[in-house]
Design a protein around this ligand. Sequence first.
Ligand SMILES: *Cc1c(COP(=O)(O)O)cnc(C)c1O
Length: 385
Amino acid sequence: MYRNILRHPGPTPIPKKVELAMAQDMISHRTEEFVKLYRETTARVKPIFGTKQDILLIPSGGTAALEAAVLNTVSPGDEVVVITVGAFGDYFVSICEKHGLQVHKLEKEWGQACTKEDLIDFLKPLSNVKAVFATYNETSTGILNPIEQLAEAVRNHSDALFIVDGVSCIGGAPAEMDKWGIDILVTGSQKAMMLPPGLAFVAVSERAWKVIEANHTNAYYLNLLSYRDWAEKGMTPNTPAISLIMGLSAVCDLIEEEGGFSKTVERHEIMKNMVRESMKALSIELLTSDEYASPTITTIRTPEGLDLADFLSHLKNKYHIDFAGGLGSLQGKVFRFGHMGYCLPSDILQAVSLIESGLQDFSYPFEAGAGVSAAQRVFLSSSGK
Ligand SMILES: *Cc1c(COP(=O)(O)O)cnc(C)c1O
């Protein structure tokens, strides 16, 4: 096979410039050379999080960053609220339960977002909540929770920390951690950050550092205070994912070349609209409303009469394009179209055209070309000449 077009919501494709940056000669992490790389690169990542705080890098998947956020801020027996609107919210619930926390679960139907009103009502009878955990972008359903408004609700209606899983959108969605009042924001490398798996990012507010300092966690590898102490020296407590940090520096170059992070966010917004309008033009249903639609992943209902597993494996075998199936109760009912990180509007035109080709192979009744031209219209109207 010449290539595999990966349209999953993570892992995602890697730009050639990033691959080449990762192929540089290895260096030691206890050298001036590394300190320079580390300081410069983490400083350039700050605008992606919307923070002035240090960006801490853990050599791990996103899950370790979620676990670090839990381990460092709260203790067994503490009351926490976990907002869950899908599989990854449930995952956060499991991490909290495993650590012996008393979890109040604010659950919404899959495909819905959690609104500010939902959260305010939920917090009302609770008086001792130490932290509220939320997923910014629910990767199982393609919902982007209104995280700025949720942060405001936490601030105004509790003394809790607000801890956010940004794994499948940071790098493609707007984030103003400091301005919105998020206390901990985490992400992983392999979703919208254009890197291979293996690097987790954590940013912590002043308020949360005070809580962490008083909390005396037993965590060793995931001890955020030790990451903070070493970061002051431009280093990490143990061997970092050096190649991935070299790659991250190239990611920052690409974002700069694009015209800055706001342009990257704009591109994701355009791709989201291209995908959504194309499916509407094909009369194929979307799981989520436009209002809370994710800029990085779109969840599409299985076209009527098709067997989803057959359809997706046909697309992969014949056209070498790879979409993700549904998770949990959505298995067989939806597929997930990832459009984050190293993905351009031209890739959306290609993917929609291949979906249409597959539909023709299955004799699905639709007007050929309608999806592609809808996507093209969105693209043309949102870009200059
Ligand atoms: C992928 C994902 C995770 C898990 O990240 P890993 O790198 O697989 O550990 C957590 N939360 C969300 C929202 C995700 O999309």
